[in-house]
Structures are given as structure tokens and as C-alpha cells.
Design a protein. Sequence first.
Length: 255
Amino acid sequence: MNGLVVSSLLPVVILIAVGWLAGRMRWIRGDSVKDLSNLVFLLLAPPLLFRSMSTVRLEQLSLKPVAAYFVAAGLIFAATLVWRGFNRTGVVLALANTYSNTVMIGIALIGLAYGPEGTIVLLTLISLHSLVLLTSATVVLELAVAHEHASTSGEERRSMIRTVGRALYNAIIHPVPLPIIAGLLFAQTGLQMPEAIDKPIALLGGAFSPVALVMVGITLALTRVGGHWRGALVTVSSHPLRLWLILDSPCCSTA
């Protein structure tokens, strides 16, 4: 198991370190990060996500690890609110404690550790990740704001409905969940993509993980941590609980 951890983590850490070095050396400047982000999320991620799910039948999906993830996230979210209080600061910190980098780091890490089977489980989770966490956090945040104002007028309730509606829309109409859903729907047709189309899609998807990890390193090099490291350390310490619950579930323990 230790060998698996090292062999899975080491390539991820090295690629992030390479990106960090590129950022520190100013080979890639801060004003280029937005373009890199568009490259990763709009050009490289959709082919990878679509192709990974384009051969998966519905009966192959494993929802137990996904359920374990959200159970752990819910417990951590609630615990954070108890700790920091039911206010907008507490809600934002609760979301920070539960919202993971399942795409840029998660896809590469899970692929190295668990292979295609683990990637399918992860993509199933990713398709629901923003929809569940961001929408739930938006609802709780609106309730916390109303609680702070000690008022729940009809106008405020309508405002909350609009805000939640926007959160739902943005969570679904997004370059990450859409290709996952499209790929899964395509798989149910039983069709196969022609090789002339599948090959460039595979090449684009194969470029996603290294470029994404390098971009993480560049972002770290260009971001000042300053006095926020204590809060970041508390946030990071909340993630092992979710990881343990997922890996302890029967589906992942046999993957």
C-alpha cells in the first residue's frame, strides 16, 4: 500500500513542482493563467470526460463511494457550522472544508492509484459534485443571511429562489458535468465513435492531467499565502475523513 501511495502521489507532486518552478521563474506570467485555465477546462477536459464515460453502461456505475463522500462532506459541513456559528462566514468556511479539487488534481491522482475503474467512480462523483455542494451551500448561505437580518420577507424568499436557481443552472451548464452526462448518454446508445474522431479526442484528453497539474503549480507560485496558512491548514485537515470513508467503502476497497 505504501508503494501504491508513493507511485501515485510522486508524479502528481513532481508535475505540480514543475509548474511551481515555471511560475517562480516567470516563464509563464500571471496574465497567462486565465488563458491556461480556458485551455484546461474548455479544450482538454471535455474530451477526456466524454471519452471516459462514453463506454460506461448505467449498471456499471457504483454509487456507494459517491454516497460515502457526500455523507462525510455533510458531516464536516455541519461540524464547521457548529464550530464557527450559523453565519455567512461559517457557511463559506464550511464550503471550503468540503469542496475538493476533484478535477485538476483528482483525475490524475485517482487514475494513477485505481486505474480506469476508479476514474469512472470519480467522474460519477464529479457529475454531482458542484450540483450538490454548491447548491446546498447557496441555500444555507441565503438562510444564514436571512437569519443575520432576522427577517424572512417575501422579497428575500424570492431572492433566495432566484439565487438557488442560478446556482443549479451554473452547476449543470458547465464544461465539467456536461461532457460526463453526454458521454454517459452516448454509451447507452451502444454506438462506437469512428477511430478518426476517437483518436484526436483521446490525444486531447491525454494532455489534460499533465497540463492541469502544471497549472496548479503555476497558480501556487503566483499566489501569496501570507497570514492565511493557519486557516488553510485547518481546511486541509478536514479532507482525510472523506477520503477514509470513500476508500473504506466496499466498492473502492476492491478497485
